[in-house]
Write a protein that binds this ligand. Structure first.
Ligand code: ARG
Length: 595
C-alpha cells in the first residue's frame, strides 16, 4: 500500500508503518498514511497521531505510546522514538538522512520531488480565458498564474495535462465590435497591437451607443413619454451583424475570425513570457454543433428545463438554493451557460479526462455550482470529475499611471522598476549579461509570488512597492537567493563529479541538519499542494527553505574552508539550489543565474 512515488523516505515510512502495525494491531496502510512530517524543523522528522490509527476507543493511547516507543524496532535509521501524549515521534539518524537526501537530489536533479501518482490519468485544466476586446483584468491574471501552476504540478505528478484557454470570443459584443471597426478601425494598429486597438474601438463604439440612447431618452421626454421605445441605431446594427454571425455568414465571420486570430497571436507572446503554452485555444465560439444539440436533447428528454411563456428556457435550481438558471433567451439565442454545458460534453468526448478543472474567480462560484448541478441532473458520465478552482479578488491592480489594465502593461512596469533597482548596484550590474531580460524575469516573479503568497480564496491588495522589494517574502527575494546560491557554486568551482564524492558525514552542524530536513520534505510538500490545489503550499515552503539557507550560510561558508569541508557544504548548497530551482519552476517562475 505504499505510494508509488519515488520518494526515498517511503522505504522508511514503510518500515515504520510495518512496525506500528505490529505493535498496535492497526492496518499497515492506515499506519502508512497517518505518518506526517513534523512542521517544526527543531522537532522530530516524522510523527504519527495515534488516534488516526483507528484503535480501540477504550485504549489509553497516552500510556500505550510510552510502551510502544520502548518496543519499537528502530532498525539502522531511526535514532530515537519518543512518545508525546497521543503521538509517537521518530527522529532519523541525521547522518543517514543527510546522505540519503543529498544524494537523491543530486541524482534526480530537476526531477527531485516528482512522482507518478497521476500516471495514466488525464486532466484538462482550463485557465486564463480572457475576453477579446475587453481588458485582461486581475481575475484573468490570477487564473493564469494559478492555472499555470496547477498544470506544472500535475505534470510533475505524472498526469497527462491538457492546457486549455477558453476565450470569451462570442456574443453580441462581437457584433458591436465589428460595427465599431467599420467606423474606427485601423489596419496598422490592428496588426501591431490588436488587443489594445480592439479595446479602444470597443470603447468608442459603446460610447456611440450610449450617446444615441441618451438622445433617444431626451427625445422621448420632450414628447412626454416615460422612456424611449426604440433601441439605439448602432445597437440594432450590431444585433443584426451578430445574427449574421450566428447564421454562419462567411463575410460577417471573416472579420471576427481576424480579430480572434490576431488577439491569440498576441496572447501567445504574453503567455510565453510567463512560461505558459496552451494545447488548445478554445472559446465560447468553439462549442461544436453536435454536443450543443446533444445537450439540448438530454435536457429535453429528462424534462429538466421549464419553458417560459415568452419562449425562454430555464432550469429551476431553487431547491438546491442555486436560484434559476437560464439556458435560452426568448429570442432563441444561447447564453454563457448554454455554451458551457455543450463545451463540457465536447471536452469529455474528445479527451476522456479523469478530471477537468475550471480556474475561475470566486465571483462565479454560484455559476459553477449551477453548471455542475445541471451536468449531474443530465446524468453525464463525468459529472463527478469536474471541479471549480476559485480564488479571491485583487484590489487596486493598476499601472502607476492609469486605470485600465492589460497584463502586458503590468509586466512592463514591473520590469522597468526592477531594472532601476538593479542599476543601483553598478558592480553587479556590469556582470549581468542581458539585464533587460533578467529585469523582466525578476519583475514577473514579483507579480507572481505576490499572487501566490496566500491562500487562493483570500483577496489581496496589489502593492507595487511591497512586491518589488528584496526584503520580505517576495519574488525578488527568491530570485536573489537563487542567484546567491549560483554564485557560491561559481566561486567554489568544484565539478559535479567531485561533488558526488563528497563526504556528507562532515555535515554535522545543527544548521546543516535543519536544512537537510527541509529538503527532505519537498516531495511531500508537492503532494500536499496537489491535495489542496494551493500554490501557497509551495511558496511557503520555498521561503522556509531560503530563510534556513540564509541562516545556515551565515555560519557555514564554503570559501576558505578545507577542501573536504568545502565539498560537503557545497553539496548541501547545490541541493538547496536544485530544490529552490525546482520549486520556482513548478510555480512558473524562471530562476535567474545572476542579478
Ligand atoms: N471569459 C470568462 C470571464 O472572463 C471566464 C471563462 C470561465 N470559464 C468557463 N468555462 N466559463 O469571466
Amino acid at each position: 500500500g505504499t505510494n508509488p512515488c519515488a520518494n526515498p523516505f517511503d522505504v522508511f515510512r514503510g518500515h515504520i508503518a510495518t512496525e506500528l502495525s505490529r505493535l498496535t494491531g492497526a492496518d499497515p496502510e492506515i499506519c502508512f498514511s497517518a505518518l506526517e512530517w513534523s512542521t517544526n524543523p527543531e522537532r522530530p522528522d516524522l510523527l504519527v497521531p495515534l488516534r488516526r490509527l483507528r484503535l480501540d476507543k477504550k485504549l489509553d493511547v497516552n500510556q500505550k505510546a510510552v510502551e510502544w516507543a520502548d518496543q519499537f524496532n528502530k532498525a539502522n535509521f531511526i535514532e530515537r522514538v519518543s512518545p508525546d501524549k497521543a503521538f509517537l515521534q521518530f527522529y532519523f539518524n541525521p547522518t543517514l538522512l543527510t546522505d540519503l537526501v543529498i544524494k537523491d537530489i543530486l541524482n534526480r536533479r530537476e526531477k527531485y520531488g516528482f512522482n507518478n501518482t497521476g500516471e495514466g490519468k488525464t486532466i484538462l485544466i482550463e485557465f486564463s480565458s480572457p475576453n477579446i476586446a475587453k481588458p485582461f483584468h486581475a481575475g484573468h491574471l490570477r487564473s493564469t498564474i494559478i492555472g499555470g501552476f496547477l498544470s506544472n504540478l500535475h505534470e510533475a505528478l505524472g498526469w497527462k495535462v491538457i492546457r486549455m484557454n477558453y476565450l470569451g470570443d462570442w456574443g453580441k459584443q462581437f457584433g458591436i465590435l465589428a460595427v465599431g471597426y467599420k467606423r474606427y478601425g485601423d489596419e496598422e494598429l490592428l496588426k501591431t497591437n490588436p488587443i489594445q486597438h480592439l479595446f479602444d474601438v470597443y470603447v468608442r463604439v459603446n460610447n456611440d451607443i450610449k450617446e444615441e440612447e441618451e438622445k433617444l431618452e431626451a427625445d422621448a421626454k420632450a414628447a412626454g413619454k416615460e422612456a424611449a421605445d426604440e433601441k439605439a441605431p448602432t445597437d440594432i446594427e450590431a444585433q443584426k451583424y451578430f445574427s449574421l454571425m450566428e447564421e454562419g455568414n462567411d463575410e460577417a465571420l471573416s472579420i471576427w475570425r481576424r480579430f480572434r486570430e490576431l488577439s491569440i497571436e498576441k496572447y501567445i507572446e504574453t503567455y510565453n513570457r510567463l512560461n505558459i503554452s496552451y494545447d488548445v485555444y478554445s472559446g465560447e465560439s468553439q462549442v461544436p454543433e453536435e454536443e450543443s444539440a446533444q445537450a439540448e436533447k438530454i435536457i429535453d428528454e429528462k424534462g429538466i428545463a421549464i419553458t417560459e411563456p415568452n419562449g425562454a428556457k430555464l432550469i429551476d435550481l431553487t431547491k438546491f438554493k442555486m436560484g434559476k438558471a437560464r439556458i435560452r433567451r426568448a429570442d432563441g439565442t444561447t447564453l454563457y451557460l448554454t455554451r458551457d454545458i455543450g463545451t463540457a460534453l465536447a471536452r469529455y468526448n474528445k479527451y476522456h479526462f479523469d478530471k477537468c478543472i475550471y480556474v475561475v474567480a470566486s465571483q462565479q462560484n454560484l455559476y459553477f455550482q449551477q453548471l455542475f448541478k445541471i451536468l449531474q441532473m443530465m446524468e453525464v458520465p463525468f459529472a463527478d470529475k469536474v471541479e471549480h478552482i476559485n480564488f479571491g479578488l485583487v484590489k487596486g491592480m493598476s499601472t502607476r499611471k492609469g486605470t485600465v489594465v492589460f497584463l502586458d502593461n503590468i509586466l512592463e512596469e514591473a520590469r522597468d522598476a526592477m531594472h532601476e533597482v538593479m542599476k543601483k548596484n553598478e558592480e553587479k550590474y556590469a556582470q549581468v549579461q542581458d539585464p533587460d531580460k533578467v529585469a523582466d524575469l525578476v519583475g514577473i516573479s514579483a507579480v507572481m509570488i505576490q499572487d501566490m503568497a496566500a491562500k487562493r480564496v483570500n483577496d489581496y491588495e496589489f502593492n507595487w512597492s511591497r512586491m518589488l522589494s528584496f526584503e520580505g517574502d517576495t519574488g525578488p527575494y527568491l530570485q536573489y537567493a537563487h542567484s546567491r546560491l549560483n554564485s557560491i557554486a561559481r566561486n567554489a568551482n568544484i565539478s559535479a563529479e567531485e561533488l558526488a564524492k563528497a563526504d556528507l558525514s562532515l555535515l554535522t552542524e545543527n544548521e546543516a541538519i535543519k536544512l537537510v530536513r527541509i529538503l527532505a520534505k519537498y516531495p511531500d510538500v508537492i503532494l500536499q499542494a496537489a491535495k489542496n490545489s494551493e500554490p501557497t503550499t509551495i511558496v511557503t515552503y520555498l521561503f522556509k527553505l531560503t530563510h534556513e539557507f540564509s541562516s545556515c550560510y551565515d555560519k557555514l561558508w564554503v570559501a576558505g574552508q578545507e577542501p573536504e569541508i568545502a565539498k560537503a557544504r557545497l553539496a548541501l548548497y547545490t541541493s538547496v539550489r536544485q530544490v529552490l530551482n525546482n520549486g520556482m519552476r513548478l510555480l512558473g517562475l524562471t530562476p535567474v543565474e545572476r542579478m
